[in-house]
Design a protein around this ligand. Structure first.
Ligand code: NAD
Length: 464
């Protein structure tokens, strides 16, 4: 039996709308610091009145469902509904033309009961406090689900990195790091790359922290270039983990991967290597999209040529080895597997109704809105949730952090084998528990993770 849709008796515990949780000391809606946006920057966006999914609300719903499944102590539940701390900072930088521009940044610790905060840094023009908080909370549950000794954190700056020169990007990164530095450190909070940040940005972060402390602190940041303590595997680790999960879910469903058709949304640090790895696993990648457009070839795209085209032109759009495709049609293309690997909320109710694949594996964080999730469930589509599917990156980050702390580089191949073992164990546990809980994979994953976080919180007790 598969944990798909209503056919498997998915439970929908009542939404927890009751106002039993006291207002947060620092709410995700209210500024945590008095810093004001600069004259060139829009004020704090409203709480997603623009029709974009409110990921924070979705996450609280998933937590409530998990709480009902495991009978979570209401006091622990109340604490998990609020990030532990939200630091909002002004990030002033001098532009190349001499002007000073003030950006807004955040670093959020959702929960640190199981270990230091862990989570990426994102530079994006639509970033806001609620989104960063939701991403931080997702990290709490992801690290717990993988049983890593970390809590959940996330951060970023609301900016359009494409409009910054390299020198401006470095100034922005270093000033942002400086502003949040009190939260950072190998035993406090360990950032990593996320959307629009990469190894180079992590190198600047690590250097700024090291300069401030007057010592080399390699383990303060992961996803660094290998020459300063990063791992060879990091660049492809999230994509590798996604492919392990694809193999596992296909095996449970009795599907042979060879020749199966896949569509991939997003061609960045996750989507690009993922396309290559899916192809290497024997699947046919028939459609790929990015911010610039989409391309479709029912016979399978030549992924090496597609990569070369994207590297040359900056987008998969216009690839001569396929036909142009309206990106909104990507998931409607006939396929056996759909992998969103771009941004949050790209699969809304409308798209969900047209998803052709029977299996969706979330490589991106929060790509399916809660309403869309219900539609996919009702249609019997198996959805492997983000906190399970895209954990490969944070697992490799754990290996990087551990090696930096040990001062020892592991032999090549050790990390890859361990990553597969950890992901396979987590997948098997979630799949098996979904049967006994009569819940879908997302709620089961949240239930397993929430129990681990709750156990840590209970073991530590409540101060004072
Ligand atoms: P990235 O910035 O490297 O790439 C993002 C890609 O999405 C780009 O190809 C961009 O063109 C594309 N994109 C943006 N908007 C789009 C749209 N509307 N339609 C189609 N494509 C669009 O980011 P990334 O690191 O690859 O992260 C992608 C997702 O994976 C994010 O949700 C991120 O949080 C998640 N994630 C990343 C990692 C990691 O190791 N980088 C780990 C876990 C999860």
């Amino acid at each position: 039996m598969s944990p798909r849709g209503s056919a498997a008796g998915r439970t929908h515990p009542a939404r927890d709308d009751s106002p039993r949780v006291a207002p947060a000391v620092t709410s995700v809606d209210e500024p945590a610091s008095p810093s004001k946006p600069g004259p060139d920057e829009p004020a704090e966006p409203p709480a997603r009145e623009d029709g974009i999914s409110d990921r924070w609300s979705d996450l609280l719903d998933y937590l409530s469902d998990a709480a009902a499944l495991i009978g979570l102590d209401p006091d622990v539940h109340a604490r998990l509904r609020v990030p532990r701390r939200i630091l909002e900072v002004a990030v002033p930088i001098q532009r190349d033309d001499g002007r000073v521009e003030v950006f807004t940044g955040w670093r959020v610790h959702h929960n640190t009961s199981r270990g230091p905060g862990k989570g990426g840094i994102r530079f994006h023009p639509a970033l806001d406090r609620r989104e960063v908080s939701a991403l931080a909370a997702a990290m709490t549950f992801k690290t717990a689900l993988m049983d890593l000794p970390f809590g959940g954190a996330k951060g970023g700056v609301r900016c359009d990195p494409m409009s910054l020169s390299l020198a401006e990007l470095e100034r922005l990164t270093r000033r942002y790091t400086w502003e949040i530095i009190t939260l950072l450190g190998p035993d406090k909070d360990v950032p990593a790359p996320d959307v629009n940040t990469d190894g180079r940005v992590m190198g600047w972060l690590m250097d700024t922290i090291s300069l401030a402390r007057g010592e080399n602190v390699a383990s303060s940041v992961t996803g660094k270039p290998t020459v300063i303590g990063g791992t060879e595997e990091h660049a492809g680790s999230t994509a590798s983990g996604v492919v392990h999960v694809v193999r596992d879910v296909f095996a449970e469903l009795g599907v042979q991967p060879a020749g199966r058709r896949a569509v991939v949304e997003g061609f960045g640090k996750v989507g690009a290597p993922l396309t290559f790895l899916l192809h290497s696993a024997g699947l046919r990648v028939v459609a790929v999209s990015d911010i610039g457009g989409a391309v479709y070839n029912p016979g399978g795209l030549d992924v090496a040529s597609l990569s070369a085209h994207a590297a040359r032109t900056g987008s998969v759009a216009g690839f001569p080895g396929g036909d142009p495709l309206d990106p909104t049609e990507l998931f409607a293309v006939p396929s056996d597997l759909a992998v969103p690997a771009a941004l949050e909320g790209t699969i809304d109710e409308k798209i969900a109704a047209s998803v052709a694949a029977p299996v969706v594996v979330e490589a991106a964080n929060g790509p399916i809105t809660a309403d869309a999730d219900r539609i996919l469930d009702a249609r019997g589509v198996v959805v492997v949730p983000d906190i399970l599917a895209n954990a490969g990156g944070v697992i490799d980050s754990y290996f990087e952090w551990a090696q930096n702390r040990q001062g020892v580089a592991w032999e090549q191949g050790v990390g890859g084998r361990l990553l597969q073992r950890i992901m396979h164990k987590a997948f098997a546990e979630v799949w098996a528990r979904s049967q006994s809980l009569h819940a879908d994979l997302r709620r089961t994953a949240y239930a397993v993770a929430t129990q681990r976080v709750a156990d840590a919180m209970t073991a530590r007790g409540l101060f004072p």
